[in-house]
Design a protein around this ligand. Structure first.
Ligand SMILES: *Cc1c(COP(=O)(O)O)cnc(C)c1O
Length: 386
C-alpha cells in the first residue's frame, strides 16, 4: 500500500475505491515527452480523460508542461476551457456541426476541420467575427473515419481563397493500425500523409497517438497526441513498461457465504459449484464498468490470491469464489483488488475480450474517487525540463 495508503473510514457508502495516481500520470507524460523531443507532446483528454476525470487530469498535465489538449466534442472543450490557463490550446477532434461555430469561436476553442463544408462554415464564422480564426485540418490517410480526402485537400491547397479567413495551425491525421507495428497500413498511411503534407509546405504536422509514438520518429511530426499511454494503458504489444499504471480499483465485499457442492450462483444459475465453496458478493457490477463478459472469466485479487468471478455479473454486484482464502479473511466491507498490482488494466481488458480503453471509459461515477496528487517530485522534474 506504500504511497497509496489512505484512511478508508467513511468511504463505505460507495461500491469501492477508484484511485487515480496523478503523479504516475505526469511521470507518464514526461516519459513520452522524452521520447518525442524535439516534437511537442500534447494530451488527449476526451471522454472525461478516458473516464479518469478531465477536470483533475488536464490541470495535472498542464502542470507537467502540456499545452495542447484534444477532446472529441465541443462540449468537452467548453467545460475545460475555464479551468485551464489561457495559453492551453483546446482542439475538438470531431469537428463542428453547423451552429457550433459561434460558441467555439467565442470560447477560443480550436476546431479540427474534417471537410470542405466545415472549412466553409468556419470561414464564415471568421468573417462574422471580423478576424482570422485558428483551425486544424484533418486529412484522411486511409482510416475512412474523419478528415478531408486527398482530392478535397488538393482543392483547398490549390485555392487559397477557400482558406483566406483561417489561420491554419497544423495538419492532423490518425493511424488505424499503430497498435500493430507489423501492419503494412502504417507505412501506407505515412506515405499518404507525406503526399498530403507536401501540398501545404511549411505547415506543422500532428500524426501519432500513443502507439504511433512507438512506431518511431518518422511518425512523430511536430506534435503527438497520446491518450491511453498517459493513463497507464499498454498501447501496443511489446510496449509494456513504457509508462506506469495510473488506476487502481478496489471493490467492497457486501456478503460472504459457504455453500455445498452443486449450488447455483447468480442469474440463470449459470455457475454450479463443483465442491463445497466459500463465496463473496462484491458491490460492483456492469453498471460500474465491469463487463458481463467477465462472468466466468475474470477475477478479483486478495493480495496475490486469485478469486475467480463465478456466475453472471449483475448490474450492481458480482460473485467471486474465495475458497482459496483462509476462512474469515474477508468480511463485510473488505476491499478486494480488481485493477492494481496483482492484476493490470490490460489483464482485465483481456479477460473481458476488450481493450483497456473500453474498461477505463466505462468505470463510471459510483466509486469513491481518490486522486493522488502530482506531488513535489513531479514538479521538480518539470522545473528541470522547462
Ligand atoms: C483518441 C484519439 C487519440 C489518442 O489515442 P491513444 O491510442 O489513446 O493514444 C489520438 N488521436 C485521435 C484522432 C483520437 O481520436
Amino acid at each position: 500500500m506504500d504511497g497509496w495508503s489512505f484512511d478508508f473510514a467513511g468511504d463505505v457508502a460507495a461500491p469501492g475505491v477508484l484511485t487515480i495516481d496523478l503523479a504516475a500520470l505526469t511521470r507518464n507524460y514526461l516519459a513520452l515527452r522524452e521520447r518525442l523531443t524535439p516534437a511537442r507532446t500534447g494530451a488527449v483528454v476526451k471522454a472525461d480523460a478516458y473516464g479518469l476525470g478531465a477536470a483533475r487530469v488536464a490541470p495535472a498535465l498542464y502542470g507537467a508542461g502540456c499545452r495542447d489538449f484534444f477532446v472529441a466534442h465541443l462540449d468537452e472543450a467548453l467545460a475545460l476551457k475555464p479551468i485551464l490557463a489561457p495559453d492551453a490550446r483546446l482542439f475538438v477532434l470531431n469537428g463542428l456541426l453547423p451552429g457550433a461555430e459561434e460558441p467555439c469561436a467565442a470560447a477560443g476553442v480550436i476546431p479540427v476541420l474534417n471537410s470542405l463544408e466545415q472549412v466553409a462554415n468556419w470561414s464564415a464564422a471568421a468573417r462574422v467575427h471580423g478576424a482570422e480564426l485558428p483551425a486544424v485540418l484533418q486529412v484522411d490517410t486511409g482510416m475512412s473515419r474523419l478528415g478531408l480526402a486527398a482530392a478535397e485537400l488538393a482543392r483547398l491547397a490549390g485555392d487559397p481563397g477557400l482558406r483566406r479567413d483561417l489561420r491554419l495551425l497544423f495538419l492532423i491525421s490518425h493511424l488505424a493500425s499503430a497498435d500493430e507495428p507489423e501492419s503494412p497500413q502504417n507505412a501506407d498511411q505515412l506515405d499518404a500523409w507525406r503526399r498530403a503534407a507536401s501540398a501545404f509546405p511549411g505547415l506543422d504536422l500532428c500524426f501519432a497517438n500513443s502507439a504511433g509514438i512507438l512506431l518511431g520518429a518518422s511518425y512523430h511530426g511536430m506534435l503527438a497526441r497520446p491518450g491511453i499511454a498517459l493513463y497507464g494503458g499498454v498501447p501496443a504489444a511489446g510496449a509494456a513498461g513504457v509508462t506506469s499504471p495510473v488506476v487502481r480499483l478496489e471493490v467492497r465485499v457486501i456478503q460472504t457465504r459457504t455453500v455445498p457442492a452443486g449450488t447455483r450462483v447468480g442469474y440463470g444459475g449459470s455457475h454450479v459449484t463443483a465442491g463445497a465453496a466459500r463465496l463473496a458478493t462484491l458491490a460492483a457490477g456492469y453498471a460500474d464498468g465491469l463487463p458481463r463478459h467477465l462472468g466466468g472469466r475474470g477475477a478479483a485479487y486478495c493480495g496475490a490470491t486469485r478469486l475467480p468471478m463465478v456466475g453472471r455479473i449483475s448490474m450492481d454486484s458480482l460473485t467471486v469464489d474465495v475458497t482459496a482464502l483462509p476462512p474469515g479473511a474477508l468480511g463485510l466491507g473488505s476491499l478486494v483488488e480488481i485493477i492494481g498490482p496483482h492484476q493490470s488494466l490490460e489483464e482485465v481488458a483481456a479477460a473481458a475480450e476488450t481493450i483497456s480503453y473500453e474498461i477505463l471509459t466505462r468505470l463510471g461515477h459510483r466509486y469513491q474517487r481518490r486522486y493522488r496528487p502530482a506531488g513535489a517530485d513531479a514538479s521538480r522534474t518539470i522545473e528541470q525540463a522547462s
